[in-house]
Ligand binder design. Structure first.
Ligand SMILES: [Zn+2]
Length: 191
């Protein structure tokens, strides 16, 4: 059902009589100007220029099994609408010569989520940085996130978005791949 102009102006008049002036409630120009300044301030202070310092440790135990960090929580902003992306990431790798501290992997996820993002790009950036830092091929990244722009548009609070990036034996070894995804879906709390 749609309101006629007449009805809508009647509603506005009644609201005004009760002290609610819809026209002047929101000064959209001023709000947008203020908002753009706030976003510029926030992203310039976000620390995106400083990639976390990662110290490599020798893989003394010669572990050649999957190491997985589950449910790394992050908050980012979609670059199309500058609205919140609220998600979790799970990152796994099979070490060769080196390993990294577990918290460093969380720091990598948080570093790339500090800028306006696309979830697809965030997932790939995590993968590529870990491959490069550890000089390995076998890396897997799973990201599950709620996009508030999508929530606003669809009024659907239950949808989330899953992206994955796999390389090396996570692509070619089916049992490794299945183990990774089984863990992601059984532990991941996103959504
Ligand atoms: Zn968006």
């Amino acid at each position: 059902m749609s309101f006629s102009n007449e009805k809508s102006s009647m509603i506005q008049k009644k609201l005004q009589m009760n002290g609610v002036n819809v026209q002047s409630e929101i000064n959209i120009d001023q709000s947008l100007k203020h908002l753009s300044q706030e976003y510029a301030k926030m992203f310039s202070k976000s620390g995106y220029n400083h990639f976390p310092k990662i110290d490599l440790m020798k893989n003394d135990t010669r572990s050649d099994q999957m190491i997985m960090i589950n449910n790394i929580q992050f908050i980012s902003f979609c670059e199309h609408h500058l609205l919140v992306i609220d998600g979790f990431s799970t990152v796994a790798y099979v070490p060769k010569k080196y390993i990294v501290g577990f918290s460093k992997i969380s720091q990598i996820v948080h570093f790339f989520s500090k800028r306006p993002q696309l979830q697809e790009r965030l997932t790939r950036q995590i993968l590529i940085s870990l491959k490069t830092i550890l000089d390995i091929e076998d890396v897997a990244v799973f990201v599950r996130a709620v996009h508030y722009c999508m929530k606003l548009k669809t009024q659907d609070g239950s949808s989330d978005v899953i992206t994955t990036e796999l390389s090396g034996s996570f692509l070619s070894n089916h049992s490794l791949k299945n183990n990774f995804f089984r863990s992601c879906y059984s532990f991941n709390k996103g959504g």
